[in-house]
Write a protein that binds this ligand. Structure first.
Ligand code: OGA
Ligand code: ZN
Length: 371
């Protein structure tokens, strides 16, 4: 049965025989007319300012497959495929293969519970890449195994996702104890749980740390899920959660050639008030310049969050072995390491970043090509 049309003052109602009802404002129908999109690029070429906001059609009708809308300033009617317009009816969120609900995890995941994926599969199979992208996004963390003993091997896997994110530490970076370090990661000190580069306008999305050697005593890795910590904080201490999601912290990194600063809340919420990002790095927090009226309550909340990240209820520990690469969402999962003794052996990780947008794009394209 053909859908029925009802023309209102501002829009058209379409009622399908299966009970689906769509409300289509006239301005939306005109702006969405398929002829207003470039045939090759798919980009919108229609200029919204050439029509009045309160435009109305002269006629609206359906054929077996299409909806036709005739406008008084245009010879050809706008033609919409009826199935297409049903799927795209206003108020209906568009299907997005990259929209993956995070699974919050705590200590019971254990080092052994971290999803593992073999490098060879990722280099040869798009299906394996899609599985890996999905699972890593769900948990915010995975380990790639079986990498060759070259710094390029990890980077090649990262490039299966997309473009690398270059930073002031380079397109890729070496994590090893170095003379005259400009970053605590380049010492043999312990690193408490943190997210990287919180001082950047956009802290990098996914981080890749390929272990080439880990023979020194110590040097184990720790991780905790920032979403789990933030959600538990919201339940236990709503006032602290509110402060950490509204008060911005100044972050700064500076060395001989850079001075990179940005302000961020520790917890970022999306429009549905779900936790979408965590930005937590005590080393990079600049001198706190908050209003004295909020300073003490900020410290109370910030310290509580910091204590929670160190609570054994959240953390998992593992020691990366040569040939393994940990991959994690740096704006969700906090990472750290134990101190190590460089006199007892060599420790060398090689890293890079790939932003979330690249990750999501690859997921969508792979779903498209694999149906
Ligand atoms: C880093 C870092 C962890 C490690 O480089 O940002 O946190 O295990 N390294 O050395
Ligand atoms: Zn780090």
């Amino acid at each position: 049965m053909q859908p029925t049309l009802t023309t209102g003052a501002e829009g058209l109602e379409i009622r399908w025989s299966d009970g689906t009802v769509g409300d289509f404002p006239y301005i939306w129908l005109r702006d969405t007319d398929p002829s207003g999109f470039h045939p090759t690029t798919g980009e919108r070429t229609f200029d919204l300012t050439v029509v009045p906001l309160d435009l109305k059609p002269c006629k609206a009708e359906v054929t077996p497959d299409d909806l036709l809308i005739t406008w008084n300033d245009q010879d050809e009617p706008s033609r919409f495929d009826l199935n297409w317009i049903k799927v795209h009816r206003p108020g209906q969120p568009r299907h997005d293969p990259a929209n993956i609900t995070p699974v919050a995890w705590r200590a019971d995941l254990g080092g052994a519970g971290v999803p593992r994926h073999d490098a060879e599969g990722l280099m040869t199979s798009d299906e394996a890449v899609m599985d890996w992208l999905r699972q890593t996004k769900r948990y915010g963390l995975s380990i790639v195994t079986g990498l060759a003993d070259t710094t390029e091997a990890g980077i090649k896997v990262a490039r299966r996702v997309g473009h690398l994110r270059e930073t002031n530490f380079g397109l890729t970076f070496e994590v090893a104890s170095k003379p005259d370090p400009n970053n605590l990661a380049y010492t043999s000190d312990a690193l408490p749980l943190h997210t990287d580069l919180t001082n950047q306008e956009l802290p990098p999305g996914y981080q890749f740390l390929h272990c080439l050697a880990n023979q020194a005593e110590g040097g184990g890795s720790t991780f905790c899920d920032g979403v789990a910590v933030a959600e538990d904080l919201r339940a236990r201490d709503p006032a602290a959660f509110e402060i950490l999601s509204t008060v911005t912290v100044p972050f700064r990194f500076h060395d001989h050639v850079t001075d990179i600063r940005s302000r961020k809340t520790v917890i970022t919420l999306d429009t549905r008030r779900e936790v979408s990002e965590i930005c937590f790095n005590a080393h990079l927090a600049d001198i706190l310049d908050l209003d004295p009226a909020v300073m003490t309550s900020f410290y109370r909340a910030y310290r509580r969050f910091m204590e929670m990240t160190r609570d054994p209820a959240y953390g998992i520990a593992l020691k990366l072995r040569a040939g393994e690469m940990v991959v994690f969402d740096n704006r969700r999962v906090l990472h750290g390491r134990e101190a190590f003794d460089p006199a007892t052996g060599f420790r060398h990780l090689h890293g890079c970043y790939v932003d979330r947008g690249e990750w999501d794009s690859r997921l969508r394209v792979l779903e498209r090509s694999q149906g």
